[in-house]
Design a binder for this molecule. Structure first.
Ligand SMILES: Nc1nc2c([nH]c(=O)n2[C@@H]2O[C@H](COP(=O)(O)OP(=O)(O)OP(=O)(O)O)[C@@H](O)[C@H]2O)c(=O)[nH]1
Length: 151
């Protein structure tokens, strides 16, 4: 969602979204990681694409919308990988996502500073990762979470 258009504006850190989604894309052993824009909550932190669920949306619809808004990617939503509640009280659903590899991400600069393809090991040692992502990566390393190969 563009900045400043809703009560959920990123600038309003006193009211974080209560429910969110995360989209996990893995291709050839690498994860699509974004660096958040300096204009949003948690500026310049690394994480996966995603965001809050808007009223009336399903989790899958929210994943599709966020991937489109942040990276202009038209994706397919796969299986639900994980579910957590962040330490700041957001109920977060993590979904596997597939893209057509010929489609290059186009960042929306108001939301995303840059994107990277990283192995889970590379991501895990980032200092500026959102905290819940360390837990996700730990479970991935333990194979408590498994990501399917792209079809
Ligand atoms: N996008 C994203 N959010 C995550 C991840 N891990 C994680 O804990 N979150 C949390 O999920 C919540 C929603 O993400 P967000 O900050 O991108 O969403 P937002 O509502 O500000 O953005 P929006 O306006 O695009 O919907 C935040 O509390 C964020 O900290 C992740 O890997 N990606």
């Amino acid at each position: 969602m563009p900045l400043g258009q809703s009560h959920n504006s990123h600038a309003d850190s006193s009211r974080p979204p209560r429910r969110g989604v995360v989209g996990v894309i893995m291709e050839q052993g690498k994860l699509l990681v974004i660096r958040r824009s300096r204009l949003v909550r948690a500026p310049l932190k690394y994480c996966f694409p995603g965001g809050s669920i808007e009223p009336g949306e399903t989790e899958q619809q929210a994943v599709l919308r966020e991937l489109d808004e942040e990276l202009a990617l038209d994706v397919t939503v796969g299986k639900k990988l994980w579910h957590c509640t962040t330490s700041w009280g957001v109920d977060l659903a993590w979904w596997q996502v597939f893209r057509d590899p010929s489609q290059e991400p186009q960042i929306a600069p108001s939301e995303v500073d840059s994107y990277y393809w990283m192995t889970a090991a590379e991501m895990q040692v980032l200092r500026d990762l959102l905290p819940s992502n360390y837990e996700f990566l730990k479970l991935l390393a333990q194979q408590a979470i498994t990501i399917d190969e792209a079809p």
